[in-house]
Design a binder for this molecule. Sequence first.
Ligand SMILES: Cc1ncc(COP(=O)(O)O)c(C=O)c1O
Length: 487
Amino acid sequence: MYKFDQNETPLFDALMEYVNRETIPFHVPGHKKGIGMDEEFKNFIGENAFKIDVTVFKLVDSLHHPTGPIKKAQELAADAYGSDAAFFSMHGTSGGIQAMIMSVVSAGDTIIVPRNVHKSVTAGIILSGAIPVYMQPELDKNVGIAHGVTPETVEETLKENPHAKAVLIINPTYYGVATDIKKISEIVHSYDIPLIVDEAHGPHLGFNDKLPTSAMEAGADICAQSTHKIIGALTQCSLLQVRSKYVDVHRVQQVLNLLQTTSPSYILMASLDCARRQIALHGEELLNKAIELANYARNEINKIPGFYCFGKEILGKPGVYALDPTKITITCRDLGITGYDLDMILSNKYHIQMELSDLYNVLAVGSFGDTKESIDKLISALKEISNDYASKETKKPDFIDIPDIPKQVQIPRDAFNSPKVSMPLNESIGMISGEFLLAYPPGIPVLCPGEVITEDIVNYVQELKDAGLYVQGTEDPKVENIKVVDK
Ligand SMILES: Cc1ncc(COP(=O)(O)O)c(C=O)c1O
């Protein structure tokens, strides 16, 4: 049960009041309710959006120092998600993740993170000056993707690094796979430190029992959620949820003020206010519909020769504790085409745009914006593609086991700020990498900035290239040269 009336949308209401007052604008933005806007753009967007494109003033409150409707809107978001405090992150989850890291670790502190983090985690580590210790996620060679880290991995890493100041995990993954986050939360708290969760792909989890446990339900201390990715907020809008036992809520606000624009979009913030109302009041039924449609898609696609969508049968594999059924990973390995090929065919021939593709898979993100009609169009396109390619039997190779994590001799911040030179990869053994090097699949870095390049890594890159697998991350797209720290 909620503490507050989740029907309320205080920020949206304040904007409506501004509109209804027919306020004369002598404030930015300069288009002044759209009057000064390019006509073609205005005609397309419609007039209403411009009427609420305002700036900071008392009636509509300030994101940096909220005392009015934004404060109330954030309190409603905390109530909906069961946290002690919530913050609007108008730089997406990327900005939220940087803020989470900077809120809990400082220069020289150790933070434990999975090896395959989003680049915003690396940005947070660079900005804070923290020292990362990496955990390997679990690899699924069949579908060529990385799942979560297991509680055992977290426990072992903490045993080896008892001085760590925080642990960060990604949960669920982009592909909707969740680890045993409750257990991880207990382990992390037994060291009296906070658990940070990159919940970019889970802003809907707490609103339907058929979905994996959310970070806040599991006892995590701070999480960032891409409300724009899965639920109804406009692009760029994310939420940061905080529990105050291990995290200083005031510091989070201060850090957000350092990182965020002083001109956040009120259109975006209002969409977030209303998206929170929608998920809080109608989440369960809306998500039931999304889950039903996604399960229908999964079942139908699994009947098509050459395609496979994983589901409940992978539960219990390492790193797979629960699944978000709204994520539909379509593996096309057996059809002899890559996920990149499938993505292009769907886009160019059928005008169906997938969320992402990798060597073996394309990912369809399901949501309560889907319709049976759109799902059926996807299924029928896949049937045609299956017929077109069924005869070509060139199964792609397994990915090759990645070498051990190399020695880190410079923290990411120092490596980022050091002068660098480019040199041939096979002459770089013993040098300090100034770049990332990633193998696809499974998208886990074999090298991060500040780490020593080993012979194993150079040989591995050659092996990947020989097998027709993808290596990337370096400025040189062919990965023949790498930037190293200039001693
Ligand atoms: C795991 C993960 N974390 C963080 C982000 C960043 O989220 P945003 O696009 O909201 O900045 C993404 C984006 O795709 C992601 O996949």
